[in-house]
Design a protein. Sequence first.
Length: 462
Amino acid sequence: MQVIKSINDLRTVVGTNDGDVCYVTDYIGNNDGGGGHFVWRISGFTSLTDNGGTIIVPSGTNPTNGRWVRNIEGTAINVRWFGILGKESDADYSTQLNNLINAFKHRLNEWNAGVRIMFPRGVYRFKNIEIPSGFTLVGEQTARNNWILHVPVMIKPASGANYIFKFLNTTEYTTENASLENLYIDGDYPNPQVSGLEAAVIFNGKFCSLINNNIVNCPKHAVFGSPWGSRIENNNLHGLKAATGYGDNTSPNRGFLGALHLESFVDGWIINNEIGATSTYLDFKNPNRKGVAVFIKGMEASVVSGNIFENGDLAAFFMDGGFNYLSGNRYELSMSTGLELYNMYQCNFLGERFTNNSLKTIGEYDDLIINQNCANNTFTSPIFSKTYNSGLADLNIDSKVRYNITNYGNNSGVWKNVFISPYFTNIGTLNPNPLYLKNLNPKYALTPYCVNPSEVDPYIID
């Protein structure tokens, strides 16, 4: 068995017999992890082109027209095998990663299984990478849900990137059963070379997932898309560092931009994430309050549970959806409103918590707003609270909402919105509505506003 120093040196070697073996110590050198065993193959391989990782074609005279074929050891494809070394912080590895993806995309039917691509410790830059069906991109260690920069794997946008990774959903192709896992993806704000980054991840497709990732420091969206039957689980997502393109109530999506921004979300799961708009606690992202931690339009038949939505102009804005189950989410530390619903129907909210909202202008905004055309939503045991926060205390901010609940929707008839056993510990700044018989004493603050003057308060079952 010959020992070769690098992949380029391997291209100068021609095998003699089918099955000859070479061991390559490095991709380039200095123990870079891109080496491995290569076997000389003739039959069935003579038409394959050099892909820079698993198929190496000699550059000189090749009488048998053979190829050096990497012996793949284990179940994951190491990106270093394709020269994606992660050792130069400004190197653009997009071409190499596309070579890797193309090398295995055609083998999915052959294997009847997916492809797992593993990123070892390092810093990597990519731009506009399209994720095919069946591919999982994974860091070698869990990214953890935090902002610590000393992480084993960091991925950043390369110069000119519109996005880093994209799950496809076009008339020609839809990404299915693909995933990003255990990756620390940094949007690299305020680097001017990546100012055109619309989203770190464009998340479309079917049955796809984002699991255990940090996707942070993004100038606009951390995640944007319209996935179907997909999961967003155990991630830390933060964006809107320098977003442009906000609108008003007459604009598409009523002008909102979200760090997590989903144009539709059907039959999916958003579970145990921390999602924020990277706010300073002192300024709106947009004068019209359109910068939100989470924006979801067209959410249907989905589960949203155990998340923290925080730090936006609003913590969350949901519109044009129904038949969802939401439980144990926290809407907190927003500049104005915690959660606003618009044209949402037949959703069940269990144990939702609203805390420390209306930070920008104390006493001007509400924990929860239910707008017109919202119907038949049920809130069971919601908690409206105020908790001590050292960061707010240092800034002399004493969070106090105007009202805990502002309801413009139905509060009577079969389509009424219902509150069952709400728990109020953060009292609004205004006196309760004296027309609501159960609210004669200032125990909690409910809105006196409603479209129909005769329907003045939410329907509450104590």
